[in-house]
Design a protein around this ligand. Structure first.
Ligand code: FPP
Length: 263
């Protein structure tokens, strides 16, 4: 189902890009309902300034705030951020520890902002692998913001798509052996329902910062038909304007889902 901008969001889009010309590739085009982001380039941003890598992550949190606000203003209901991958556990222990503390502080400090903007916090990934103090804050923030009905901000934490799909296959296999489901009932919808993202629409748009042309084990099943927007901007420099640019890029695309163009 195409997701069209509300009158308020349309006004914002027109204000951002309207130049009075007849060329308005975004006019009448749907907005993405779900945007997924690979936040990359924190280390390079810090390195360019002679700073420790963690300073890049710290500044990256300002980008997270800016993007969540921009997404909320456009009334896009789902935003999913790749904050920590299964592969990231191989980083130096000091970097992991500092990242976890930043994450905990973010989760704690953002509650009032999320409540004010009716945003609910959710997470996907192997949450049980995270330090207990992070797990604790994660469930506290999720509980506190549960009623947020305007936007779901999902953090992918200790997340890896192959791992997610493997876990789904195991769950389905177990139910099949137990006789709870028949082989003929294993459909694409059933697989989706066994992923961490069960109940969420698939991303329509995937954004990657820092110019790398990879999907890095992120939402591999779910991005089957997503549009991809790659920007050279490093994540700590990424702000609302870059988010809006990605949205306009998306709105200018012709999505055919394998079919021919409709007249
Ligand atoms: C990739 O940059 C970024 C990460 C592995 C972590 C992302 C984390 C944040 C933006 C901060 C915490 C997030 C939240 C939601 C509070 P990189 O370190 O791989 O950069 P590089 O490729 O330049 O080395």
């Amino acid at each position: 189902m195409p997701y069209h901008p509300s009158a308020e969001a349309q006004k914002l889009i027109d204000r951002l890009v309207g130049d009075g010309s007849a060329e308005q590739p975004w006019a009448g085009k749907p907005l993405p309902k779900h945007v997924a982001i690979i936040m990359d380039g924190n280390g390079r941003w810090a390195g360019d300034r002679g700073l420790p890598r963690i300073e890049g992550h710290r500044e990256g949190i300002q980008s997270v705030r800016a993007v969540a606000q921009a997404c909320r203003k456009l009334e896009i209901p789902y935003l999913t951020l790749y904050a920590f991958s299964t592969e990231n556990w191989k980083r130096p222990r000091t970097e992991i520890a500092a990242l976890m503390k930043l994450l905990r502080d973010f989760l704690k400090e953002e509650i009032p902002e999320m409540l004010e903007n009716r945003i609910r916090l959710d997470s996907i990934g192997n949450i049980k692998k995270l330090p207990l103090y992070v797990q604790h804050q994660l469930s506290k923030t999720s509980r506190a913001t549960k009623a947020g009905d305007m936007m779901q901000l999902t953090l992918a934490l200790s997340y890896g798509s192959r791992d997610e799909i493997t876990q789904a296959v195991k769950k389905i296999a177990r139910k099949t052996v137990q006789g709870k489901i028949k082989e003929s009932q294993i459909t694409q919808e059933l697989v989706s329902e066994h992923l961490f993202t069960a109940g969420m629409p698939d991303p329509d748009l995937m954004i990657r910062s820092s110019g790398e042309l990879r999907v890095s084990n992120y939402l591999l099943w779910q991005i089957a038909y997503a549009e991809i927007h790659v920007t050279p901007v490093l994540w700590p420099d990424f702000r609302d304007i870059h988010f809006y640019q990605a949205i306009l890029d998306y709105m200018g695309r012709d999505r055919r889902f394998g079919k021919v163009r409709s007249k």
